[in-house]
Design a protein around this ligand. Sequence first.
Ligand SMILES: [Zn+2]
Length: 150
Amino acid sequence: MTLLTRDVARTIPPLYSQEDEDDPMLVTKFFLPGTRWSWFVIEGAMAHPRGCGWGEACDHRSLASWFEHEENDAIFFGYVHGAAALDDEFGYFRLSELEAIRVEVPIAGALLPPIEAERLSAWSSSPDSAKLRVERDLDWSPCHVSEVRS
Ligand SMILES: [Zn+2]
């Protein structure tokens, strides 16, 4: 799955644009299937020189100086659900970090809910396990952060 398309990028507000909001909108959701891990996007910036594709009008190019440019990468500010509710927090995360995540799980794992076969990648290291990757929630409807805070 392509985690970030140009069309999705255009729906993400530029970095800092919601910083005065008490209850910012979560416009996109990335998640690790079968786990509680989720990355809800509030704002973002792309390393591409033309930003999200709006050309000269794009605000996504105004990158923070601490963001090392990598073509096709992006940095997001958002709310992250961790393994437990105690771990939930606001923070920054990169598209490249989400793309690199591989979690090996037992196929018959009793600790995980059933995972649909098409989500299991073929290159697992043993026939009894599979590696999961982060996905984008295609059915996500933007909501306020207060609706996902525990
Ligand atoms: Zn843009």
